[in-house]
Write a protein that binds this ligand. Structure first.
Ligand SMILES: [Zn+2]
Length: 487
């Protein structure tokens, strides 16, 4: 970057704002400390209260989730009553308009962003991604391809699968080291691309803190009640990764001129968790909102599809088949997630849960929107109220409430009919994560899934801004592009 009025935006995905502030104050992130001393701290509001999958599409399109429709790696298709893995082809990133205006643009690993065909600049998608799509690595224009393909591979992209478990500290050390080394290789590659191309605007993302945050959060909050002594010998592996990313940020900032506007941002953060509750689907069946068909009543095509999904999950297909015929509702759900839905009987399903990795998601089977809808628009409001009341009154056997709140995603009654999101988002209380949980008045077992995940997303995000603009104190994720586009 050797011309004036350039901009460098560095996303540090899912970096937790409170931890970053604490580490800055203790001089453990010197690059961010220096940036903040000449810049400004902003709070970033984002739709992570709907789902973590909503935040990057919101940033890159500048649209609300009800417009871009992405909330997860899986998307509900009401026309076929099925799920499809997200590929992002329909999203238009804001930098396309900049590129069309002749601005040279460099983009590196913005999660969920499709390539836009940049010719003056560079764009690299999924060199290594925490949220990978089916599309894989894409690099353009042709002249930079070699720079990327000849660079050392990210340690996490190697064939080796990191099977970390929260209590095995040598595994955790290995994971933290791989994330730190990945951040170093990423920083070096981004630096090469910037030196070579000198884009006027660069938007580059480090996803290592996101990946590490999910599996290492207990190493920064060992005393939390969820973890029950899981302390990894007191070692703070996650802080090491934060420091490694800070070092790379420092190098990138040092290499651009003082007139360059710099933004370092995260759209959401992390907090303690231990897996997530998976009982919502079975509960909706038990309470009569959803109904499943039996294996025997499915058509041959549906059976084949079910087996295909089972094979993709590397489970023995005959075993799966057996499970479908004999296991209770909860087991069917656990096996089904996340590649497929269990086989619903849509004629008897008024509302159903969508596969998730955090909040509970409920979609109403609405006539005129779902191809097999049975709930009339006139009944929608009453049904949502009924669902919310049922959920808010859920308690454990010992009387602890399980649900914090039930959020609606549609802005108003008229937009319900075109809402691409789950209609209701269920935010759980801590009691819902307890491994000893028994739900009062229900036979559904309250088992957690994904227990190697000790961190889960939270709001808000943050942005450290150094430049001549006046960004105010709080900015919406969908408006961050304005700060970038007005560089
Ligand atoms: Zn995540």
């Amino acid at each position: 970057m050797n011309t004036e009025n350039n901009l460098l935006a560095i996303g540090i995905d899912a970096a937790e704002s409170t931890l970053v502030r604490e580490m800055i104050e203790h001089d453990q992130m010197p690059a961010l400390r220096a940036l903040l001393s000449g810049g400004k701290w902003l709070e970033v509001r984002s739709p992570s209260t709907i789902g973590s999958g909503a935040v990057w599409p919101t940033f890159l399109t500048g649209e609300e989730p009800t417009s871009h429709g992405i909330y997860s790696e899986w998307k509900w298709l009401p026309e076929t009553m099925s799920l499809r893995r997200y590929e992002g082809h329909h999203l238009t990133p804001f930098w396309k308009a900049l590129a069309d205006r002749g601005v040279s643009v460099g983009v590196f690993d913005v999660p969920f962003a499709p390539p836009v065909g940049v010719t003056n600049g560079f764009e690299v998608c999924e060199w290594w991604a925490h949220d990978s799509t089916a599309a894989g690595l894409r690099v353009g224009p042709e002249m930079i391809r070699r720079l990327v393909t000849e660079a050392p591979a990210h340690p996490l992209s190697a064939n080796r699968f990191f099977t970390s478990t929260p209590e095995n500290s040598s595994n955790l050390q290995e994971l933290a080291d791989a994330c730190s080394e990945g951040a170093r290789l990423r920083g070096a590659l981004i630096q090469r691309l910037i030196d070579e191309i000198k884009p006027q605007v660069a938007v580059v993302v480090f996803p290592e803190l996101h990946h590490a945050g999910h599996q290492l959060w207990h190493t920064v909050a060992p005393g939390h009640s969820f973890y029950n002594g899981l302390a990894a010998n007191g070692a703070s592996f996650l802080r090491d990764v934060y420091r490694a990313v800070d070092q790379q940020i420092g190098k990138l900032i040092d290499s651009v001129g003082n007139t360059t506007t710099v933004m370092v941002f995260a759209l959401h953060g992390m907090r303690p968790a231990l897996g997530f509750p998976a009982f919502l689907g079975p509960l909706l069946c038990e309470k009569g909102f959803s109904a499943l068909t039996t294996w025997r009543s499915q058509t041959w095509t549906r059976r084949a599809l079910s087996l295909f999904a089972a094979t993709k999950r590397h489970a023995p297909a005959p075993l799966k088949k057996l499970y479908y015929s004999v296991t209770p509702v909860t087991a069917t759900y656990k096996l089904a997630r996340p590649t497929m839905l269990p086989a619903y009987d849509w004629r008897k399903t008024r509302a159903f849960s969508l596969p998730t990795d955090q909040y509970g998601w409920i979609r109403v089977n609405l006539i005129g929107r779902e191809s097999q809808g049975i709930v009339s628009p006139g009944e929608y409001e009453k049904l949502c109220t009924e669902l919310a009341q049922m959920l808010l009154s859920l308690t454990s056997e010992t009387g602890e409430p399980l649900v914090e709140e039930v959020r609606r995603t549609a802005a108003d009654a008229t937009s319900v009919g075109v809402n691409p999101l789950p209609d209701l988002v269920v935010h759980w209380r801590d009691a819902a994560f307890s491994s000893a949980l028994k739900i009062k008045g229900s036979k559904v077992p309250a088992e957690m899934v994904g227990k190697k995940s000790t961190g889960q997303h939270t709001t808000p995000g943050f942005c450290i801004y150094r430049g001549n603009g006046d960004p105010g104190g709080v900015v919406d994720a969908k408006d961050l592009y304005r700060l970038i586009a007005s560089f």
